[in-house]
Ligand binder design. Structure first.
Ligand SMILES: [Zn+2]
Ligand SMILES: [Zn+2]
Length: 133
């Protein structure tokens, strides 16, 4: 895909703007509900396609947290994710560099060069913990 010349269409611009406004790591369906308020004629398929293009071009992150659905994130600085197994919300947590030993070991595996990293942790968020008590 030629990302340099990929024109930022009005629809793609709105999709990107709305994703940047949220820290909720929405799915395509969830973002569609928001984008639709600004562009009533947009289809779910168009939102989905634009999200795929934006992630393929490195504008946004596509996250697979093992839920059987993809989430999207406009935050591009390195960070990890915490997923609450009770309410399903996903939180950002600061990036902690892997220790050198792990990184070196990874580089040694089949001469694999690590270019990106996505780590997520499962747990229970503060609000859900309170409800449980
Ligand atoms: Zn929770
Ligand atoms: Zn994130």
């Amino acid at each position: 895909m030629d990302c340099e010349n990929t024109r930022l269409t009005q629809q793609r611009k709105v999709v990107l703007e709305e994703l940047k406004k949220t820290t909720a790591h929405p799915t395509a369906d969830e973002l569609y509900e928001v984008v639709r308020k600004r562009l009533p004629n947009i289809s779910l398929g168009t939102v989905y396609r634009n999200l795929e293009i934006l992630s393929a071009c490195g504008e946004i992150l596509k996250l697979d947290l093992g839920e059987g659905k993809k989430r999207f994130d406009a935050r591009m600085d390195p960070h990890y994710h915490l997923r609450c197994t009770q309410c399903g919300r996903v939180f950002d947590i600061p990036y902690v560099p892997l220790d050198k030993e792990i990184e070196e070991r990874l580089q040694g595996v089949n001469h694999f060069k690590v270019t990106g990293i996505q780590i997520h942790f499962d747990g229970i968020c503060e609000e859900c913990l309170k409800k449980m008590n």
